[in-house]
Design a protein around this ligand. Structure first.
Ligand code: 13P
Ligand code: SF4
Length: 358
């Protein structure tokens, strides 16, 4: 096995050069998937890029033996569940997690469901954002629930609401609130469920009147953008449009012109007229790349604060070179494997999403 330390001594250019060489040697045996938040060098070497929904869909169609996933852990887990048993999904750095996904454990979700259904007698339909562990998705699948991503949240939550049950949306309160409000659910009918408080913390009355119960989780990158950032552009540059990701807080999404997934942001800017001006509220790597590839448009980050997803950024040329050269040597490092029982029920919830958003 090649040790990571031997690769770390390379310059970034050398690591990339060797990663490209290993990729070429592996040929059709390898597919590299890259999320839009990856650094430019990683996006450039990826065979397929996309938002979470596109990457899940495309992973399901990949035939190669090795799938190197340049993204975060829950994405690699989804890819493992949607591919066949003989295919191996590899995450170049296993420490590339998602702090939002870590805000809901399967034990916490099980105890929330026990309390809401058992003690309060509510009939709950759980919806989990794809940014959650396979173990959480398993609990959701077992309870007749469904996964959603930022690009199909309205479709999925709309379907869930139509089932006549109370929706428990985890783990991102902001995507849950923004989506449910857009579907006509008043804010007063969306109490928070705090997993760190035994009974959720909002009071039994609030849960009994709820249409949607929002898990108290958030993205530490998108919650760094504030309504004052939107106000700043509205006063200093009224012609500039504001485009944000729906993981941003409610006030920001309400004040923005448009909100949508990373691919929605990409496509909106691609089709925007030359000389149009945009303030974009999402991860900074993506905003900077979009500014670079559209020099005819004026694209700036919404916030002055650097909103970088540090865990996405863990996937760097050195880790990529390390996993690829090991594969070339016949050694599989950093494989992400979901056990079969978890896989079964989590895939039920994932597949329900894919069927709903065809
Ligand atoms: P997308 O599905 O929009 O790519 O979002 C994934 C994500 O983690 C955003 O923070
Ligand atoms: Fe998770 Fe936020 Fe990073 Fe997306 S941007 S992967 S939600 S921490």
């Amino acid at each position: 096995m090649i040790e990571l330390d031997t690769i770390r001594s390379l310059t970034q250019e050398q690591a990339l050069e060797r990663a490209y060489a290993a990729k070429a040697a592996l040929g059709k045996r390898l597919t590299i998937l890259g999320h839009h938040y990856q650094a430019d060098s990683i996006v450039e070497i990826s065979d397929i890029t996309g938002d979470s929904l596109e990457l899940s869909r495309k992973a399901a169609g990949v035939e190669s033996e090795f799938i190197v996933f340049c993204g975060v852990h829950f994405m690699a887990e989804s890819a493992d569940m949607l591919t066949s048993a003989h295919q191996k999904v590899i995450l170049p750095d296993l420490a590339a997690g998602c702090s939002m996904a870590d805000m809901a454990t399967h034990e916490e979700l099980e105890s929330a469901l026990d309390l809401l259904e058992g003690d309060l007698g509510l009939s709950i339909l759980p919806v989990t954002y794809v940014n959650s562990s396979a173990a959480v998705k398993r609990v959701v699948g077992l309870h007749g629930g469904v996964v959603c991503t930022s690009s199909n949240a309205a479709q999925v939550v709309g379907w869930a609401l139509a089932q006549g049950k109370v929706v428990l949306f985890a783990p991102d309160q902001h995507l849950g609130r923004n989506t449910s409000f857009k579907l006509g659910v008043p804010l007063e009918e969306m109490p928070l469920w705090d997993p760190r408080v035994h009974d959720g913390g909002a009071g039994q009355d609030a849960y009994r009147k709820a249409k949607v119960i929002l898990w108290k989780g958030h993205c530490s990158v998108h919650t760094r953008m504030h309504k004052s950032d939107v106000d700043h552009w509205r006063t200093t540059d009224p012609g500039r449009k504001v485009l944000v990701h729906p993981e941003c807080v409610f006030d920001v999404v309400q004040a923005a012109d448009l909100a949508g997934s990373t691919s929605f942001i990409l496509k909106t800017l691609e089709s925007a007229p030359s000389h149009s001006k945009w303030a974009v509220g999402t991860e900074v790597n993506l905003v900077q790349r979009l500014a670079k590839i559209h020099p005819d448009k004026d694209i700036v980050p919404l916030s002055q604060v650097q909103c970088l997803c540090s865990t996405m950024f863990r996937i760097d040329p050195w880790h990529l070179c390390w996993v690829l050269e090991n594969l070339q040597e016949g050694v599989v490092v950093n494989q992400v494997v979901v056990d079969s029982e978890t896989r079964h029920w989590a895939t039920v919830a994932l597949q329900r999403m894919l069927d709903l958003s065809k």
